[in-house]
Design a protein around this ligand. Sequence first.
Ligand code: SAM
Length: 335
Amino acid sequence: MNATIKLENVNHFPVLLNEVISIISPLYGGTFIDCTFGQGGYSQKILENKNNSIFAIDRDQNSVNTVNQFKIKYKKRFNFKNIKFSEITNIQSNLINLKGIIFDLGYSTTQVKDLKKGLSFNSKGRLNMKIGLNNFSAHEVIHKLDQKEISKILKIFGEEKKSNIISKKIVSIRKNKNIQTEDLVSIINSVKKNKYSKTHNATKVFQALRIFVNNEISELIYGLINGFKILPVGGVIAIVTFHSLEDKIVKFFLKNYSEIKNESRYLPSKNKKKILFNLINKKPIVPTEKEIKLNPSSRSAKLRYGIKVNNSSDFSDLISKFKYLIDIEDLAKKL
Ligand SMILES: C[S@@+](CC[C@H](N)C(=O)[O-])C[C@H]1O[C@@H](n2cnc3c(N)ncnc32)[C@H](O)[C@@H]1O
């Protein structure tokens, strides 16, 4: 199957498209929530079956052109809301026969190519990194947080080994200069000096700032919890991740609530952990060599999914496990 979707002359490759579709195909004939509409690659494929409807979400207002094309083509079978997926419960009243919820995390090639968003190292001018519906930009992070706080963001969200030196340099330079995107890239290059690395010197710092500016950790945790709340038993939740922090959270969410480890049979039944998911695949599904060749940026993608088997509102384990990450995002309260 040809996975290329041509919209507005952009060759777009929805990652792991066949795999996502094969997970939800046994459930055909219902409503699916596409939490990360983007250019509608997944939505389009799901809507090819006339018995399916889509409720799509995207935080980026620029999705609007594609959304309008979809509304014309699919009419009542397609709905869209420009919200963050952590707010998924806001759409509850419009959903009939909900069968599945899909997340394809991160950002699209179109968003990287949009230099005003500042996600690319080739961007110039004010540091931005806002994907949509944000409260602050990377510029405020770099200019307002203290050195230790910046270092923590770079180290934990970007796994940047030189976080301390880079953040010290940022804080020293910002005393006399308004740091723009190209200045940040030069600061990182001056510290890392690694001309021969396959990845750009600034990759990790940019990833860290993007996660922080877009609240990606809390978005994912509360997107999963709230998505679970509105999904009926028997429905599927499928998530494609692109970096290790995201995958850690998704893996814990699905595994922790799908297996019972060393639980005493003498515990009163109300204290026993509930199984919330049936996991068909314990290991993540990854792209084939062929897909990676066609679309190299799919190489780090991992798809995990679970079938909901029980209701629950207790996700305290998930929140406490990742509290150290949520606490870093809470530094935003200072901005
Ligand atoms: C990798 S793209 C999705 C591509 C899509 N599956 C397709 O085939 O076109 C990720 C999309 O998710 C959106 N997004 C990221 N985080 C979000 C959030 N917290 N809430 C809503 N949308 C989000 C981004 O704006 C982007 O359009």
